[in-house]
Design a protein around this ligand. Structure first.
Ligand SMILES: *[C@@H]1O[C@H](CO)[C@@H](O)[C@H](O)[C@H]1NC(C)=O
Length: 190
């Protein structure tokens, strides 16, 4: 009897482990536009330390774009160890008054963590939820969540440069900037 209950307990925990492994994939791993969101996996025997490590993300990036930000992505494209893992990372450098304009990630939610300066960040909830604006001035050490697919933005409202780091739950989150799409809609060429 005891061995039967032990067997059952082991079976249940094995099943739970199997299920958690089965659901450990990228939440929307299937497609990004025409591309499958994930690359062919490398033979594990050929993997190197460089597939898993990126250094120098503490270094300030120059901001030359008039929009006033420079986003350094760390994703499955430049860090192969992230492929199919469902995670990526980004460093954002803001010039004074710089911004990452309203955009969304079709494949990922994000947490944005401010490490320098003062950043006004926020998102708008969906039409069904009344398009409510959730916005907050974040200082060093503050973090905001951008739920998957919602339009969000971040603006440097401080007197000096600002830096934030984002973590996203996709190896290839995708990025759609609203203004880029609006420009096309307002000037149809056909
Ligand atoms: C962002 O920084 C990189 C150097 O890390 C630089 O090559 C690039 O031109 C910068 N981009 C913008 C938009 O400022």
């Amino acid at each position: 009897m005891k061995s039967l209950s032990t067997f059952l307990a082991r079976s249940v925990s094995l099943l739970a482990l199997t299920l958690s492994l089965a659901f450990a994939f990228d939440p929307s791993s299937v497609q990004d536009d025409a591309f499958v969101n994930g690359k062919f996996c490398k033979d594990p025997k050929l993997a190197t330390l460089e597939d898993y490590v990126i250094t120098g993300l503490d270094e300030r990036r120059p901001v030359t774009d008039p929009i006033g930000s420079n986003v350094t992505f760390v994703n499955g494209n430049n860090l192969p160890g992230l492929n199919t893992i469902g995670l990526s990372f980004a460093r954002v450098d803001f010039a004074v008054n710089g911004q990452v304009p309203p955009h969304f990630h079709p494949q990922a939610s994000e947490v944005l963590f401010v490490t320098e300066g003062t950043v006004l960040a926020g998102f708008v909830s969906s039409d069904e939820d009344g398009n409510r604006l959730f916005t907050k001035t974040l200082n060093k050490g503050d973090l905001i969540v951008f739920p998957m697919g919602l339009v969000h933005h971040a603006v440097n409202v401080g007197k000096g440069p600002a830096v934030a780091f984002g973590t996203l739950n996709s190896q290839n989150p995708g990025m759609i900037t609203i203004a880029n799409t609006a420009i096309l809609w307002s000037n149809p060429t056909t």
